[in-house]
Write a protein that binds this ligand. Structure first.
Ligand code: AMP
Length: 418
C-alpha cells in the first residue's frame, strides 16, 4: 500500500506520534494504514488540540481520516446526541466519508447517518430519531431535516466543511451559513478545501475562530512518478474515434472519461450504449438510485467505462481506476488535478495513467495546466501514428488517416482481461 502522496517526500511521522489513542492505533494497524499521509501528519495533532483549522488538500490524499480520526477520538460514545456534522458537496462524497468513518471506528463503533437528497427522507428521520452521533450530509438535505425538526444541532461539538471550495461553487453558501447558525458557537470548526479562493477565505473568517492553516496543496499535484500523464491534439469531431482507438490500444481495466458538460456526457454515453454493455454515465441530475447502482457497479468492476462530469467525478474514490481520459480539457486547472488524481489513489498500488484531449485552440489551456502541475505532459502516440515519423515532423493525432466508417469494436477488444 502506498503510504505517502508524494513518494519523493515520504511522510516523516508515525501514527503513534500524532497523539492518537492505543485503540485507534490498533484499528489503523488492522485496516493497513501504516504511515500517515502528509495531511494526516499535519492535521491530526492540530484537530486533536481542539483548535479550528483549515486544511488545503485534495481528495485522495487521506484528508477524510485527517479530520475523522480526531472526531472519533473525541466524541462521547455514551451520548446518543448528534455531536459532529460533516457537510460536503455531493452525495457520493458523503457516502464515502461515512464509509471511511465506519472503517475507522471499527474499534469503537458509533452511529453515523448519511443525510443526502435523492434518498427517502423518512428513513433519515427515523435514523435520527434513534440517535445519530455523526451526521454526514449535503447542505440541502440537512436544511430540510432542520426545517422538519428532525435534526437537532444544539449539541454539535465538531463541524467539518469538506471540499468547501466545491460547496461554494455549487452555490451552497446560504445553506451552509444557515446550518452554521444552528450550531452552538462553542464548537470546533474544521475546513478542508483543495483551493483557498477568496470566497472560502471569507467563509473561514466569518465562521471560524482564528483557524490554524495547513497547506498541503502541493501534495494535490499528481506527481509524475504516480501517474503517467499525456495529451493528444485532436479536432473536436475526431475525439470519439480517437477515444475508441485509445481504449482499444490501452485496454484499461477500468476507465473514467470526463466531459465538460452533462450534454457531452450524455452524447458520448449514447454512442457507446448498446454496443458496449459495461459502460455507464454519472451526472448530478440522475436519480439517486441510478447513481448508487452505478457507483456500486463501478466499484465492483461490473462497469468498466464510466463517463462523468466534474461535479460527481470529483468524489469518485475507486481503487481499480487504471485510466483517466479527459475527453474535454478541464475548464479550471484544479479540476485537472482532481480528475487525474482519481487514477493515483492513496489506496491503490497501481500507477495511474491519464490522457487529455486538446483541440488546437486549447493550447493555452494545456500550458496553464502544465504550469499549475509543474510538469510538461508527454504527447500521446498511437502505433499507426508512428508510421508518419520518418517522412515528416511529428504530426498531431488529428492528422492521422482514420477509416471513414467507424465501428465500435467488440467489448473484448477494449478492455484488458481482469
Ligand atoms: P481520502 O483522501 O480521504 O478520500 O482517502 C483516499 C484513500 O486513501 C481512501 O481509500 C482511504 O481509505 C485511503 N487512506 C487514507 N489514509 C491512508 C493511509 N494513511 N494509508 C493508506 N491508505 C490511506
Amino acid at each position: 500500500m502506498r503510504l505517502s502522496v508524494n513518494p519523493s517526500e515520504p511522510s516523516p511521522r508515525r501514527f503513534s506520534d500524532l497523539g492518537l489513542s492505543p485503540s485507534t492505533l490498533r484499528v489503523l494497524e488492522h485496516i493497513g494504514y501504516e504511515t500517515p499521509s502528509p495531511i494526516q501528519a499535519a492535521f491530526i495533532p492540530l484537530a486533536l488540540s481542539g483548535r479550528d483549522a483549515t486544511g488545503q488538500a485534495r481528495t485522495g490524499t487521506g484528508k477524510t481520516a485527517a479530520f475523522m480520526l480526531p472526531i472519533l477520538e473525541r466524541i462521547d460514545h455514551d451520548s446518543s446526541q448528534t455531536q459532529a456534522l460533516v457537510l460536503g458537496p455531493t452525495r457520493e462524497l458523503s457516502e464515502q466519508v461515512a464509509e471511511e468513518a465506519r472503517k475507522l471506528s471499527a474499534g469503537h463503533p458509533c452511529r453515523i447517518a448519511v443525510l443526502v437528497g435523492g434518498r427517502p427522507i423518512r428513513q433519515q428521520m427515523s435514523d435520527l430519531q434513534k440517535g445519530v452521533q455523526i451526521a454526514v450530509g449535503t447542505p440541502g438535505r440537512v436544511i430540510d431535516l432542520l426545517r422538519r425538526r428532525a435534526l437537532d444541532l444544539a449539541h454539535v461539538k465538531f463541524v467539518i466543511l469538506d471540499e468547501a471550495d466545491r460547496m461554494l461553487d455549487i452555490g451552497f453558501r446560504p445553506d451552509i451559513e444557515k446550518i452554521l447558525r444552528c450550531c452552538p458557537s462553542e464548537r470546533q470548526t474544521l475546513l478542508l478545501s483543495a483551493t483557498m479562493p477568496p470566497p472560502v477565505e471569507r467563509l473561514a473568517k466569518s465562521y471560524m475562530r482564528d483557524p490554524q492553516r495547513v497547506d498541503l496543496s502541493a501534495d494535490g499535484i499528481a506527481p509524475s512518478e504516480m501517474i503517467d500523464q499525456y495529451f493528444a491534439t485532436v479536432d473536436s469531431d475526431r475525439k470519439f474515434r480517437l477515444l475508441v482507438r485509445v481504449l482499444a490500444k490501452e485496454k484499461p481495466s477500468q476507465a473514467l472519461v470526463f466531459t465538460r458538460t452533462k450534454r457531452g456526457a450524455e452524447q458520448l454515453y449514447r454512442r457507446f450504449k448498446g454496443r458496449l454493455p459495461k459502460v455507464a454515465m454519472m451526472m448530478g441530475d440522475l436519480p439517486q438510485v441510478v447513481r448508487d447502482r452505478t457507483m456500486r457497479q463501478f466499484r465492483n468492476g461490473e462497469i468498466r467505462l464510466l463517463i462523468a462530469t466534474d461535479v460527481v467525478g470529483r468524489g469518485i474514490d475507486v481503487s481499480g481506476i487504471s485510466h483517466i481520459i479527459n475527453y474535454d480539457i478541464p475548464e479550471y486547472h484544479d479540476d485537472y488535478v482532481h480528475r487525474v488524481g482519481r487514477a493515483g489513489r492513496l489506496s491503490s498500488d497501481e500507477k495511474g495513467w491519464a490522457l487529455t484531449f486538446v483541440t488546437r485552440e486549447q493550447g493555452p489551456q494545456l500550458t496553464a495546466i502544465e504550469k499549475r502541475i509543474e510538469l510538461l505532459l508527454n504527447e500521446y502516440t498511437l502505433d499507426e501514428f508512428q508510421a508518419y515519423r520518418p517522412q515528416a515532423p511529428r504530426p498531431h493525432v488529428d492528422d492521422m488517416e482514420i477509416e471513414p466508417v467507424y465501428e465500435v469494436p467488440d467489448e473484448a477488444e477494449f478492455f484488458s482481461v481482469a
